[in-house]
Design a binder for this molecule. Structure first.
Ligand code: PBG
Ligand code: ZN
Length: 319
């Protein structure tokens, strides 16, 4: 008889043969920064997640810094929105101010700047809109301006999440031309048009005011197409590729490892909301479920995990 149970008898033996481990250094915490003073707004659909004004960031950044996780993925919520996402590339825009503040006071915290127009456009789409159509090529220069402006503010890494074609090479060229050839790009390569983003759209106030994102984000029925997206982003100069969301897409994560570049996965807002609501009801054990989920992401092949659970997970790893 094959006796698998021999290696399951004690915790010591189980630890000895454990294949997958979570390291806090692999974790990134998404952070929402909003204009204003003394603001700490709870996000209703995301328990324990807040929008912070820059003057209130210390509270969360101290935790990030002490936790041992690598850094934050930054999202800005501007005062003013318009058709051309002007605040996205304003040197004094909210995200630029936040980047400067974090790098000045917490230089050890890695700042990854999300690059997309949807938080800054009046219509809430990720690109420039004409007659109800989300334009591709016309959007690229705006993304480039935003990326360069965030690099100028001091961002350590640029993460385009818009899903326009050709944006990785456009942003790579723009960064290089402006002296930022050393700044890496983490591309949201396989970003699916997912129902799991709705709590985020409350948090970032970025819901589209007409239509949906299906003409630029991927159809979740398509696995092979995801690999072509990833391949194209790598050819265009992506240093790290991302799969998003996480849990329903671990098959894509596994396949994404074949290209040899680091793979990030985004454990998104809806996934967070499901775990939080069930655990607040006492229906599941939050710590057990989060640990199991993050191990699953790593086992599938993710190197980097972007998650709203990052600070809790880091704490649990210490215990
Ligand atoms: C914006 C963006 C979204 C997320 C990250 N960047 C939402 C969207 O595409 O509407 C989702 C993150 C989350 O759900 O936690 N391009
Ligand atoms: Zn967007």
């Amino acid at each position: 008889m094959k006796r698998f149970r021999r290696l399951r008898t004690t915790e010591t033996i189980r630890t000895l043969v454990r294949e997958t481990h979570i390291q806090k250094e692999n974790l990134i915490y998404p952070l929402f920064v909003i204009e204003g003073e003394n603001v700490k707004n709870p996000v209703p659909s995301m328990p324990e997640i807040y929008q912070y004004s820059v003057d209130r960031l210390d509270e969360i950044l101290t935790q990030v810094s002490e936790s041992g996780i690598s850094g934050v993925l930054l999202f800005g919520i501007p005062k003013a929105k318009d058709e051309y996402a002007t605040s996205a590339y304003d040197p004094d825009g909210i995200t630029q101010k936040a980047v400067k503040y974090i790098k000045k006071n917490y230089p050890e915290v890695l700042v990854i700047a999300d690059v997309c127009l949807c938080e800054y456009t009046s219509h809430g789409h990720c690109g420039i809109v004409d007659n109800g159509v989300i334009l591709n090529d016309e959007t690229l220069p705006y993304l480039c301006r935003m990326a360069v402006s965030l690099a100028q503010a001091g961002a350590d890494m640029i993460a385009p999440s818009d899903m326009m074609d050709g944006r990785v090479s456009a942003i790579r060229n723009a960064l290089d031309e402006n002296g930022f050839m050393h700044i890496p790009i983490m591309a949201y390569s396989a970003k699916f048009a997912s129902g799991y983003y709705s709590p985020f759209r409350d948090a970032a106030q970025s819901a589209p005011c007409f239509g949906d994102r299906k003409s630029y984000q991927m159809d979740y029925a398509n696995g092979r197409e995801a690999l072509r997206e990833i391949e194209a982003d790598i050819q265009e100069g992506a240093d790290i590729i991302m799969v998003k969301p996480a849990l329903a897409y671990l098959d894509i994560v596994r396949e994404a490892t074949q290209f040899g570049v680091p793979v990030a996965v985004y454990n998104v807002s809806g996934e967070y909301a499901m775990v939080k609501s069930a655990s607040q009801n006492g229906w599941i054990d939050e710590r057990k479920i989060v640990t199991e989920n993050i191990i699953a992401m790593k086992r599938a092949g993710a190197d980097i995990i972007i998650t709203y659970h990052a600070l809790d997970m880091a704490k649990w790893l210490e215990e």
